[in-house]
Design a protein around this ligand. Structure first.
Ligand code: ATP
Ligand code: MN
Ligand code: MN
Length: 371
């Protein structure tokens, strides 16, 4: 017998960017289940369904206590019939048949293994699966052509599928900082992505690089990459040039979440902790380094606040910020700029706080953007 008065009722605003979502998740079982269904949808090219499950999971992540009864969810946003059914199954039976059978399905397992290769997306994985390739062994036997990224991904598969620790991220931060100030004194390096949100592990390490004097950052990335390469820190890198032009890419085409900064997707060769700073005399009995995915992005200082906001995540938080901007404020937000469609002008900002203010949102610090 449930005493109505004792049931905790929750209330959360509907956009994730209006909520404070810390890493302190009281509903891990439920959010893991919904995230798995989201992942399965994304891997199956059903992005709409994927976002719906991500939004539902994000609402549960924002709750101050565990959900114990369906009645507590009344009035909460973003919980569609499908997500509610999954939640109900788990509350009543401790598991959802749909989640369990998805997890066990050969197709999902194959998609996970194959997209676990750096450089392999859901489309490539799907094509391989249709050709009867379900695991790494079959891939290697198949003679399928791999591009340079995928070759590196396969070569470092185990390392890259092992979470990066905060300590490793800190060690890489030191290396990147040394590289950047060596080639451009005064340039600044900021850790972004999940580590900036306070996560203790991540799938990669993300950095944003800028210089306080506009224009000084031009040409910086190739120099940084050359420095890192010559010091033997890179196992793989692919640099993409900056292609952002306000006039060309401005308000007319804001919808893509791909930004146009000069960026470098790389794989670092990181010495194991006990080996750092030690010069080797004899060949080691075991491998003394491991591969770590690192993303480097260079932004001019005039776009820095937007780049920082855009690269701090979480991915859902970013998506919700753009949706809020477009639907509620008639503005277009990207990692480069904020455009006000009613005033037909760009809104400048020197800090993340100013961007939230332009958007009419309460400021949410990085540690509370874990939607
Ligand atoms: P993890 O710990 O798994 O790395 P993360 O939150 O750091 O989690 P990333 O995939 O590294 O996730 O992405 C970090 C941020 O960079 C996200 O907010 C994402 O929106 C942004 N981002 C990633 N790739 C791009 C891209 N190609 N263009 C624009 N932004 C991107
Ligand atoms: Mn990351
Ligand atoms: Mn990244």
């Amino acid at each position: 017998q449930i005493n109505e008065a004792e049931v905790v009722l929750f209330s959360v605003p509907s956009y994730a960017c209006q909520r404070r979502t810390t890493l302190d998740n009281h509903n891990v079982t439920l959010t893991d289940a919904l995230s798995l269904l989201a992942e399965n949808a994304e891997l199956s090219d059903e992005d709409g369904r994927g976002v719906a499950f991500r939004r539902a999971a994000a609402v549960l992540k924002a709750l101050p206590a565990p959900v114990t009864a369906m009645s507590q969810l009344t009035g909460l946003p973003c919980l569609g019939d499908h997500s509610l059914r999954v939640i109900k199954d788990i509350l009543e039976n401790e598991a959802s048949d749909e989640v369990e059978s998805t997890k066990q399905s050969d197709r999902f397992k194959a998609l996970k293994v194959l997209t676990g290769i750096f450089g392999v997306g859901s489309k490539t994985a799907d094509r391989w699966i249709r050709d009867g390739i379900h695991n790494l062994h079959q891939l290697q036997e198949s003679g399928a052509t791999l591009n340079r990224a995928q070759q590196a991904g396969l070569e470092h598969y185990d390392d890259l599928n092992q979470q990066v620790t905060k300590a490793e991220a800190d060690a890489i931060t030191e290396i990147v900082q040394e590289a950047v100030v060596s080639v451009l004194p005064g340039a600044q390096v900021v850790l972004t992505g999940g580590f900036r949100r306070g996560k203790q592990t991540g799938h990669d390490v993300d950095f944003l690089i800028t210089h306080p004097e506009e224009g000084r950052e031009v040409g910086l990335m190739p120099k940084v990459v050359f420095w890192l390469e010559s010091q033997g820190f890179l196992l793989y890198q692919k640099t993409t040039r900056n292609s952002y032009l306000e006039v060309k890419d401005g308000p007319g085409r804001p919808s893509s979440n791909m930004d146009r900064f000069e960026r470098c997707l790389s794989i670092f060769k990181l010495a194991k902790k006990e080996e750092r700073g030690i010069k080797l005399t004899n060949p080691p009995a075991h491998r003394r380094w491991r591969a770590v995915r690192v993303d480097l992005v260079v932004s001019p200082i005039s776009q820095f606040a937007f780049a920082l906001l855009g690269w701090t995540g979480s991915k859902l938080f970013e998506r919700e910020l753009r949706r809020w901007a477009g639907h509620e404020k008639a503005m277009s937000l990207s990692s480069h700029a904020l455009y006000d469609n009613k005033q037909s002008r760009y809104l400048r900002a020197a800090s993340e706080e100013e961007i939230f203010a332009h958007l009419g949102l309460e400021y949410i610090p990085p540690s509370e953007r874990n939607a």
